[in-house]
Design a protein around this ligand. Structure first.
Ligand SMILES: Nc1nc2c(c(=O)[nH]1)N[C@H]1C(S)=C(S)[C@@H](COP(=O)(O)OP(=O)(O)OC[C@H]3O[C@@H](n4cnc5c(=O)[nH]c(N)nc54)[C@H](O)[C@@H]3O)O[C@H]1N2
Ligand SMILES: Nc1nc2c(c(=O)[nH]1)N[C@H]1C(S)=C(S)[C@@H](COP(=O)(O)OP(=O)(O)OC[C@H]3O[C@@H](n4cnc5c(=O)[nH]c(N)nc54)[C@H](O)[C@@H]3O)O[C@H]1N2
Ligand SMILES: [Mo]
Length: 758
């Protein structure tokens, strides 16, 4: 372990004054329109709009300001008064803009006009919407539908997502990758297999009833800060929290609620984690196996002493399969191996195991620290194993809770954005719209990248996001990107993906969620589903950034109309005129979760769409919740080697994915730059490195491909031995495209094999 003295680190708590300073800084720099504060007050309130940042749930009884530092930043980022106009594009060629940083590109503000790429001048030039739709429709009509990909980042509403997926299927493909392919696909595949539900089972009230919370690789303070409120309340109630994370994330150690004036004045910190275990990146299977081993040992000892068992025997007997095989594996795994692979000591794992044994009701939380590994599936399955031992799924105050990323990423899947046809009621769609939907499996994110590399993908439509920046293997991908015939990006702000063009390329600017969306029938509301499966209406009120913007729904409909032959059942114009009609279609397609959809959209706290596993109905192959005996202890896809490091790609507190707000990773004490290599001081010395020295990281994936990121400043930081850290997306060129979770193909960006070159 590192010695903490040499370690940089912000010593204040998560939240607190720092959070407010973070917001004010953005205010200063982003020059928001005067109505920004008014807009912030409506954030995450019933009848207001739903935050464009993370997917954390929106409570029924919101705070006066129900937003966090990063939610406010995201809102202000969208409400900026800066504009990226046709004049800007006339001034700067695309080749020139490619040299700009992600931060500088988005700093230009909101896109205002539809733009067409002009290859002769290498500039984007203004065009009309009609021109754009017609040209794109003509291109799509000329292509084999299976050579086109419709990507979605997780921000678009349920209504947009439903129509976008319908457009893809009417056109003739299931190539619907989305950002969850890089994120919680491991969850969608893993939880589905082991408990029969692709999403978490916990609802907000469970946090008021649990006795313990186990956190695995989810950085609450930065990525879902409003979740700190229920956690803080839980801690005050005596709930014991145990955290597994290679990085000591400040807000999981202590937290000051920036919405509580007394705490702010007194500097009163709530200690969050009772135990904070700095597991090695990729070491969670071993760590959780250690917890289970201890639980089984205590259970055996208690039985021998004639005391009540620890395991929930009735639950295991009635509701699960595979317990014996799992227990055998756990018993036969040596502590020595568990300690080596997890990087943790047996005593500490036993202490954590005791918390689990003591707790009558336990919740397991996780994020990218479990999902983004080669054996991410086994990570997720191991957490479920742990919970099943004591019947901690399917009852109040207990359950498994993956914390999702984009604000509607879970919902997009719910309404049909899926490359896997078996997840979509194709027969219903066929009947509703009188067509034969494509039945073959489509392309996910990794398959899309391969298709672009081998030339089989010829058109890419991006509904939001920054695909080229977010994916692995950036150099190779950027080089191949331009070989496509057509690229279309629907976006609010300029980013790098807009500058890597196909032969024919369009940039279509859309309304943001905070903005007023007026259609023929009047002001429109859209809906989204949060991380806890609650669905909320969201009504934008701010004045649109430009009179030329169109809503995402109108853009999708415009593209579809220009591409598809007329179909009397498919009424794009009517649907654009009144989004409640699209909600009716969603209800007809998915009658159970969306019953009385239009009546329920403003229910305080949203309406829960139901979850079978929560009711102990297991839609798995065996009809039971499944124990999974792990076949490996490390979640990485490689052997340890002498000069080989596990690179963790990190998000800072000053970014939303590829959107870089600024250069202050406040809670980790890293300021002014993102070009850093984090390493613990002992390991730094052992590797012969000096603080501040510039180094290059190279891929050590053993496939002979040269991948490099240079100019990184060695920065001492409290990390476990053998691990180094660098920021995403800057470090993405180091990730091989084939390096992903085996089952779900989620890129394994939390333990990338690298070497350090000096
Ligand atoms: N402000 C802000 N909010 C966001 C985002 C953002 O970029 N900025 N992104 C959104 C999106 S799309 C997503 S998916 C979520 C992501 O939110 P998170 O799931 O929190 O994802 P990360 O920040 O990538 O990593 C989570 C944590 O995993 C830890 N970790 C790394 N490797 C391991 C490991 O092997 N084991 C364990 N136990 N822990 C590990 C890291 O130290 C980090 O603390 O947040 C969403 N919210
Ligand atoms: N190395 C590494 N790589 C990763 C990750 C990691 O942890 N490490 N995380 C992965 C994860 S979890 C994810 S989700 C992906 C993120 O991948 P994406 O979702 O593709 O990327 P974002 O950065 O969220 O997209 C930002 C862009 O979205 C556009 N945008 C913003 N708001 C709107 C809107 O309302 N409508 C529309 N149409 N466009 C809008 C803006 O133009 C902005 O530039 O990256 C993945 N890549
Ligand atoms: Mo994500």
């Amino acid at each position: 372990m590192s010695d903490e003295q040499d370690t940089v680190g912000y010593d204040g708590p998560g939240g607190g004054w720092g959070a407010l300073r973070g917001i004010t800084r953005i205010f200063g720099k982003e020059a928001p329109a005067p109505e920004a504060l008014r807009t912030l007050k409506r954030q995450n309130k019933p009848g207001g709009f739903m935050c464009v940042s993370c997917a954390w749930t929106k409570p029924a009884d919101p705070h006066v300001f129900e937003f966090c530092e990063n939610g406010a930043k995201a809102t202000l980022w969208e409400l900026t008064s800066k504009r990226c106009t046709p004049d800007f594009f006339a001034e700067h060629s695309v080749s020139e803009l490619k040299q700009w940083s992600d931060h500088d590109l988005e700093q230009e503000g909101r896109l205002t006009h539809p733009m067409r790429y002009d290859p002769d001048s290498d500039h984007y030039v203004e065009c009309t919407w009609e021109e754009a739709f017609e040209a794109i429709g003509k291109e799509l009509k000329a292509l084999d539908p299976w050579s086109a990909v419709f990507y979605a980042s997780g921000r678009a509403s349920l209504e947009t997502a439903y129509l976008y997926a319908l457009f893809a299927r009417l056109y003739g493909h299931n190539n619907l990758p989305d950002s969850s392919n890089m994120c919680h696909e491991t969850t969608s595949v893993g939880l589905k297999q082991v408990i029969g539900s692709p999403v978490g089972t916990v609802i907000l009230e469970d946090f008021e009833k649990c006795d313990a919370i186990f956190f695995f690789g989810q950085n609450t303070g930065t990525n879902s800060p409003r979740f700190l409120h229920p956690i803080q309340r839980a801690v005050k109630r005596g709930v014991e929290i145990v955290t597994f994370n290679p990085v000591r994330e400040k807000a999981l150690e202590t937290f000051i609620n920036p919405q509580n004036p007394e705490q702010m004045v007194a500097g009163d910190e709530t200690p969050i984690s009772k135990l904070y275990l700095q597991v090695r990146a990729g070491g969670d299977i071993a760590a959780m196996l250690g917890l289970c081993k201890h639980v089984l040992a205590v259970d055996a000892a208690r039985r021998e002493a004639g005391e009540a068992p620890v395991l929930d025997e009735d639950f295991i007997a009635q509701h699960t399969s595979g317990f014996e095989a799992f227990a055998d594996t756990v018993r036969s795994t040596e502590w020595e191996d568990i300690e080596r692979e997890s990087g943790l000591r047996r005593e500490d794992l036993e202490k954590a195991g005791d918390v689990y044994v003591r707790a009558e009701r336990c919740i397991g939380i996780y994020g990218m620290g479990l999902t983004q590994h080669v054996h991410g599936f086994e990570n997720v399955a191991m957490l479920v194993n742990l919970l099943l031992l004591k019947g901690n799924i399917g009852r109040e105050g207990a359950g498994v809770s993956p914390v999702r990323g984009h604000s509607n990423v879970q919902g997009q899947r719910t309404v049909g954005i899926a490359e896997k046809p078996k997840l979509v009621p194709l027969d219903t769609l066929s009947e509703m719209y009188d067509f034969e939907p494509p039945r073959e499996e489509g392309l996910n994110t990794v398959a899309t990248c391969n298709g672009i590399l081998d030339g089989s993908v010829k058109a890419f439509i991006g509904l939001g996001g920054n695909f080229v920046r977010a994916i692995p293997e950036r150099e190779k991908m950027e080089a191949a990107w331009g070989n496509m015939r057509l690229t279309v990006q629907i976006a609010t702000k300029l980013n790098r993906s807009h500058l890597i063009n196909g032969e024919v390329a369009y940039l279509l600017p859309c309304l943001g969620r905070t903005e007023e969306d007026i259609q023929e029938s009047g002001a429109q509301t859209v809906t989204m589903e949060d991380s806890l499966s609650c669905i909320h209406g969201s009504t934008g009120k701010a004045k649109p950034a430009s009179e030329h913007l169109r809503s995402e729904i109108a853009i999708v409909a415009g593209l579809a109309k220009a591409t598809l032959p007329p179909n009397p059942r498919v009424k794009w114009d009517e649907w654009v005129a009144d989004y409640s009609l699209v909600r009716d279609l969603i209800e007809r397609t998915y009658p159970e979760p969306f019953k009385d959809f239009n009546e329920k959209i403003f229910e305080p706290g949203g309406f829960h769409r139901g979850n079978n596993a929560r009711d102990r109905i297991w839609k798995t192959e065996s009809g039971r919740a499944e124990f999974t005996a792990p076949t490996m202890l490390s979640a990485t896809g490689f052997e340890d080697g002498p000069e080989r490091w596990r690179l963790i790609t990190l998000r800072s507190n000053d970014q939303f994915n590829t959107t870089i707000y600024g250069f202050s990773d406040r809670m980790r004490g890293i300021e002014g730059t993102r070009d850093v290599l984090l390493i613990n001081p002992q390991e730094m010395r052992r590797a012969g490195l000096k603080e501040g020295q510039e180094v290059t990281l190279t891929s050590d994936a053993g496939d002979g491909v040269r991948r490099e990121v240079g100019g990184l400043k060695v920065t001492p930081f409290n990390l476990p031995d053998g691990c180094v850290g660098a920021y995403y997306p800057e470090s993405n060129p180091l990730v091989p495209l084939w390096y992903h979770d085996e089952k779900s193909q989620t890129p394994a960006v939390k333990a990338v094999p690298v070497k350090i070159l000096t």
